[in-house]
Design a protein around this ligand. Structure first.
Ligand code: GLU
Length: 307
């Protein structure tokens, strides 16, 4: 049935229907370069496992991937370190904001999941122990999976992350105090900020995530992880991928998704496609306001929610 859908028309309909919503939400401003992005931007792209791809509006314009990077870092750590990662980070929704310190203190330095900042710092520490050149391994993974060799870090964003990341620095110090970081705090933070500062567009992100829609094996870029691990990453995305609004996102959209404060959201339709939407203004839980609505319209129109 899904093969009969004219996805380009679906994207056009969504583009028309979200137009009146542009202007809602608020662009993140705690990292200054993010605040400079015009709030009316909107892009969306789909990449099907069978090879077709579709894109609309600003789907080819790069933006700061921010926390979407946590999905790729988890993939790399899980691929190489296996289930041992779950000794140092949990896989339950946090129910607290992505950068909360309180829960980490009372849960003795074991972050709830890999998609909150504390969890991503632990994952970064794990990758530092696995790769000789972690920054290049990370970028190499994105370039290989997306097919775009020009993907890189935005230096202004990286500088701003370092200059304003006081709360992340506090999280890393707390993790270190609880013996849940092996490497120096500054090394872990540098690698974490590096990941957040990468810029990609919707088309590149949809292509990069295709392994998660295809049992761990990207049709255009080879095997990334086992089918078992892909299943589990999708489950963690569904339950923890959109900050403390994961329940509402599942209710509205009904797909595993991962968002970032740059306004991007990636989502997976198992065995069919990966998709990415971008619109920089965020709702009160830090997810793209228009992006969430666009994904909700997508699953409503196509009946491709997993539920
Ligand atoms: N670099 C951001 C931070 O650590 C990432 C936040 C996000 O996208 O959730 O605050």
């Amino acid at each position: 049935l899904s093969k009969d859908i004219d996805y380009q028309s679906v994207l056009s309909e969504i583009h028309n229907e979200i137009a009146p919503l542009i202007g809602g939400g608020k662009v993140a401003n705690y990292i200054p370069p993010l605040a400079e992005v015009p709030s009316e931007k909107f892009g969306m792209a789909l990449q099907c496992t069978e090879g077709e791809s579709f894109s609309i509006a600003d789907g080819g314009e790069r933006f700061s991937i921010q926390s979407i990077s946590k999905l790729f870092a988890l993939t790399l750590a899980y691929r190489h370190a296996g289930a041992s990662i779950w000794e140092r980070v949990g896989r339950e929704p946090s129910g607290t904001p992505f950068n909360s310190l309180v829960q980490l203190e009372y849960e003795k330095g074991i972050p709830r999941n890999p998609f909150i900042n504390a969890g991503a710092l632990v994952i970064s520490d794990i990758i530092l122990g696995l790769a000789t050149d972690p920054q290049n391994s990370f970028l190499g993974f994105l370039r290989e999976q997306s097919g775009s060799s020009s993907i890189k870090v935005d230096e202004a964003t990286l500088r701003a992350e370092k200059a304003t990341g006081h709360r992340n620095r506090a999280l890393a110090n707390l993790l270190k105090d609880f013996d849940n970081l092996e490497h120096p705090v500054e090394d872990v933070l540098d690698f974490y900020f590096f990941q957040c500062s990468v810029k990609m567009n919707c088309q590149e992100l949809a292509s990069t995530c295709l392994y998660l829609a295809n049992q761990g094996d990207s049709p255009h870029a080879g095997k990334v992880i086992s089918a078992r691990k892909a299943k589990r990453i999708n489950a963690v995305m569904l339950t923890c991928g959109t900050y403390d609004a994961a329940g509402d996102f599942a209710y509205r959209v009904g797909l595993p998704g991962k968002s970032g404060v740059g306004g991007g959201i990636v989502a997976i339709v198992p065995d069919l496609m990966s998709l990415c939407v971008w619109s920089p203004a965020l709702n009160s839980s830090g997810n793209s306001y228009v992006g969430t609505k666009a994904l909700e319209l997508f699953t409503t129109k196509t009946h491709l929610s997993i539920f």
